[in-house]
Write a protein that binds this ligand. Structure first.
Ligand code: HEM
Length: 504
């Protein structure tokens, strides 16, 4: 044997190793490089900021304050890595007005366009929120009457709110001096209200906890926001390598099947007021008439189910946190509620209460559940707000938490919870909301052509719940609880615990 054989073989190994390392480095560089035509006059947020979730569970408020606030407040927009590519993220209202007004240029393009192979795309696909152009028009023409159905009877929502408060009180009894973990109970309330109002079914989530459809929601929320796959959705292309993603795809399928099964079994409600106008009925008819495919039917059903409960769920978590630390607001609300002199408020009555309305708006301002979205793509080379040249086919988005807490937009008290800032009477408050939304100072429900179609329902549902809650209980945040907001996705306090006391 050649005496140099060992040396030659080591050199070959080293060369091979170096070659492999170089190839990996080139692939990574190619994958994360900033495209040369990205806008030059806005800063780039270092990529590691977007990846913080991989090694830390820092809340999105902290991440925003440390790394995003300064460049965004100075330049109005930044380049940021998200979902496997570089994007433009904006917070300056003037840029947002341009973006939201010109949906033809900054076209909605959700995960079904951006990452069509991913778990999230498998969950919701092309639907009323993600779609653009003809499909969006089609879905809207079918679903809008159901989404904006005028609710005239407060009783169904009031009964669910009552059961929710009963459940909280019962839970606190069993726990003594320990705080109640509110999120699981809130989720059951939100699911119940959504089912009654959009799916034509009473899911009885509060009455019968632990149903599979409820369990799946918890799993889905955890699965979607797994930082590794959230930041590198390309990994979803390889479910045969990542067992957990195989499971994730199966979970999404199971949820869709279970939901379709549940609504198929819903009672025929003919004869009841507005019974045929629920979103599920409208989708059913459209499918039967051949206006939409089965996939479009399923996608729109799923997205309605998810969006109509999750945002309210997280907003209520934030309400427990904020008002649990702010007894003065609870007391002022109680005064307004007692002045109504009823335990069965009608829709008109809750809508006539200015402070209740302002509290809901202020919660949405400081804790916008949809805190950040990057789900639009340029359809041509554009100049955002007349300042930022953006190439064609670039993903753009916005950050509501940033806009709502910017002192240049909301003044020196931007970070403070002050419901009174919205006005003293309902009419003034409505007009302030309208003008703040048009100017994109308040974008909790987005603005202009693609604003939320469920916003009327969402606000009413919160008003009814807060009426019932504040009337019957007072609460404080468990002193052993340390606030941590979600690190990405929907904004809300994580695993909040509160001490509940029944009012006498
Ligand atoms: C607190 C509760 C809610 C919040 C904060 C909220 C927020 C939002 C936001 C920010 C958007 C814009 C999304 C985007 O730009 O891609 C949106 C759109 C939408 N929301 Fe809501 N939403 C809430 C409740 C609801 C409810 C209860 C429904 C009823 C199903 C609903 C249905 C929709 C629909 C259909 C759209 C798409 C509108 C379109 O593109 O034409 N939302 N929502």
């Amino acid at each position: 044997m050649d005496p140099n054989w060992g040396l030659i073989s080591s050199i070959t190994w080293v060369k091979g190793g170096l070659g492999l390392l170089l190839t990996v480095a080139i692939v990574i560089y190619w994958y994360i490089r900033v495209p040369g035509d990205m806008p030059k006059n806005i800063p780039k947020v270092p990529i590691y900021i977007s990846l913080i979730g991989l090694w830390s569970d820092m809340g999105q408020d902290i991440i925003y304050d440390r790394w995003l606030r300064e460049p965004l407040e100075k330049y109005g927009a930044v380049q940021i890595w998200f979902a496997g590519r570089w994007n433009v993220l904006a917070t300056r209202p003037q840029y947002l007005v341009d973006m939201f007004r010109h949906e033809d240029v900054y076209a909605k393009a959700g995960s079904q366009k951006k990452i069509p192979w991913s778990v999230i795309a498998a969950l919701v696909g092309d639907n009323i929120i993600n779609a653009h152009g003809e499909n969006w028009k089609l879905f809207t023409s079918i679903m809008k009457p159901g989404l904006q159905r005028r609710i005239t009877d407060s009783k169904p929502l009031l009964m669910k709110s009552r059961l929710f408060v009963d459940t909280l009180i019962g839970e606190q009894w069993g726990l003594g001096d320990n705080g109640v973990s509110v999120n699981p109970i809130i989720q059951r309330w939100a699911l119940s209200c959504m089912g009654l109002s959009f799916m034509g079914v009473d899911l009885k989530a509060l009455e019968r906890p632990g149903q599979r459809i409820e369990e799946l929601q918890t799993i889905i929320k955890k699965t979607l926001f797994k930082p590794l796959f959230f930041n590198f959705p390309d990994l979803d292309r390889f479910p045969y390598i990542f067992h957990q993603r195989r499971v994730a795809f199966a979970i999404m399928q199971e949820f869709g099947d279970l939901l379709c099964e549940a609504v198929k079994k819903r009672p025929t409600t003919t004869g009841e007021e507005n019974s045929t106008e629920q979103v599920v009925d409208l989708l059913d008819s459209a499918f039967k008439e051949g206006k939409i495919t089965e996939t479009q039917y399923r996608n729109n059903l799923k997205v309605t189910f998810l969006t109509a409960h999750e945002n309210a769920q997280q907003l209520l978590n934030s309400a427990f946190w904020e008002l649990g630390n702010n007894q003065a607001v609870q007391r002022k609300l109680l005064d307004e509620i007692l002045a109504m002199d009823t335990v069965e408020p009608s829709v008109d009555q809750v809508n006539s209460m200015p402070y209740l309305f302002s509290v809901v708006l202020e919660l949405l301002r400081l804790y916008p559940p949809v805190s950040q979205l990057i789900n639009r793509v340029t359809t041509q080379k554009s100049i955002l707000g007349g300042d930022i040249v953006i190439p064609n086919h670039t993903w753009v988005g916005w950050n509501a938490f940033g806009v709502h807490t910017d002192t240049q937009v909301w003044g020196p008290t931007a970070r403070d919870f002050i419901p009174e800032r919205w006005g003293q009477d309902v009419r003034t408050i409505q007009s302030v909301v309208r003008s703040k939304t048009t100017q994109c100072h308040f974008i909790a429900f987005n603005a202009h052509s693609r604003k939320c179609l469920g916003q009327g329902f969402a606000v009413l549902q919160m008003k009814i719940l807060l009426f019932e809650m504040v009337r019957r209980i007072e609460w404080t945040v468990d002193p052993t609880y340390d606030l941590k907001l979600t690190s990405g996705g929907i904004l809300a306090p994580l695993m909040l615990r509160v001490m509940i006391k029944e009012r006498t």
